[in-house]
Design a protein. Structure first.
Length: 82
């Protein structure tokens, strides 16, 4: 686990509200960061889907998808240290 020390500059009112809501604890901040990372990943996926739709790329067949999955799995096996 990586240990980070954060220093925040918040408006006084917001700091008080966040403290009262329990949002400034290490556990709460961890949860907030996890949620932000998930939201960004989700938005990146939606953005990519939009770019694919705009590019008018034909969808892959199930066989093509499986071939891609198999190729990635094989590459991961090959890249693992013995």
């Amino acid at each position: 686990m990586t240990r980070l020390e954060l220093k925040l500059s918040l408006p006084e009112r917001l700091a008080k509200e966040a403290q009262a809501a329990g949002l400034l604890t290490p556990e709460a901040i961890t949860q907030l960061v996890k949620e932000a990372v998930r939201r960004r990943a989700g938005q990146a996926l939606l953005d990519a889907a939009e770019r694919v739709a705009q590019a008018d790329i034909p969808p892959l067949s199930m066989e093509e998808i499986q071939a891609e999955v198999n190729a990635v799995r094989q590459a991961r096996k090959t890249d693992r240290p013995a």
